[in-house]
Design a protein around this ligand. Structure first.
Ligand code: AMP
Length: 191
C-alpha cells in the first residue's frame, strides 16, 4: 500500500493536485472537508456536530474527525492506498492516523507539503469563493480565521512528519503540471 498525506494551508492546491495524484498512482482519495460537506448536505448527526465549526472557519474537534476517517478506512479495506487531503490537521490527528494505519498493517509513506505565500492563498480562496458556493471561501474574515487555525494547530504536523523523515516541501506556486511533476518526484523518492 502507498499512503500519502497531501499537506498545506487552505488554498494551497491540495484538491487540484489530489485529482492528478489519484489518476497517476491509483489511490483512494479521502478529503475530510469534502466528507464533512457531504454530511452537512445530508443533514446527518455528524454534519450537525461539524457545522458551527465549519461555518466559523474553525477546526472540527479531533474525535469527530478521527471517527469519520476510521469509518472511511474500514469501509475501503480493498484500496491500493490512500491520499489524505486536509487530514491530519493537528498533531493528535497525525498520531491517531499512525495508529489507525498500523491497525491495518500499513503506514504513511510520504507527506508532501505545498508551500504558498499568505497573500496568494487569500487571493485564490476569494477567487474560488466566486464559483465554489462555499460560504467559508467568500468572506475575508473567515479566510483569516482558517489561515490562523492552520498556523496555530496544523503547522506543527509538518514537524511531526519531518521527525519521521517523511516530509517533502514543494513550491505550490507555478503551473498545475510543473507542481505535479515535483510532487511525483517526491512520492517516487519515498516509495
Ligand atoms: P477544507 O475543505 O479542507 O478546507 O475543510 C473545510 C472545513 O472543514 C475546515 O475549515 C474545518 O472546519 C473542517 N475540517 C476539514 N478537515 C478537517 C480536519 N482534518 N480537522 C478539523 N476540521 C476539519
Amino acid at each position: 500500500m502507498i499512503n500519502l498525506v497531501l499537506f498545506g494551508p487552505p488554498g494551497a492546491g491540495k484538491g487540484t493536485q489530489s485529482e492528478k495524484i489519484i489518476e497517476t498512482f491509483g489511490l483512494k482519495h479521502i478529503s475530510t472537508g469534502d466528507l464533512f460537506r457531504k454530511h452537512l448536505g445530508e443533514g446527518t448527526e455528524l454534519g450537525k456536530k461539524a457545522q458551527s465549526f465549519m461555518d466559523n472557519g474553525k477546526l472540527v474537534p479531533d474525535e469527530v474527525v478521527i471517527g469519520m476517517v476510521e469509518d472511511f478506512l474500514n469501509a475501503n479495506t480493498g484500496a491500493k492506498g490512500f491520499i489524505f487531503d486536509g487530514f491530519p490537521r493537528t498533531v493528535a490527528q497525525a498520531e491517531a492516523l499512525d495508529q489507525l494505519l498500523s491497525d491495518h498493517n500499513t503506514e504513511i509513506a510520504c507527506m508532501v507539503m505545498l508551500d504558498v505565500p499568505q497573500d496568494e492563498l487569500k487571493r485564490r480562496l476569494l477567487e474560488r469563493g466566486k464559483t465554489s458556493g462555499r460560504a467559508d471561501d467568500q468572506n475575508e474574515e473567515k479566510i483569516n480565521v482558517r489561515i490562523q487555525e492552520y498556523l496555530n494547530k496544523t503547522l506543527p504536523v509538518a514537524a511531526f512528519y519531518e521527525g519521521q523523515g517523511k516530509a517533502s516541501k514543494i513550491n505550490g506556486v507555478g503551473t498545475i503540471d510543473s507542481i505535479f511533476e515535483e510532487i511525483s518526484s517526491a512520492i517516487n523518492a519515498h516509495v
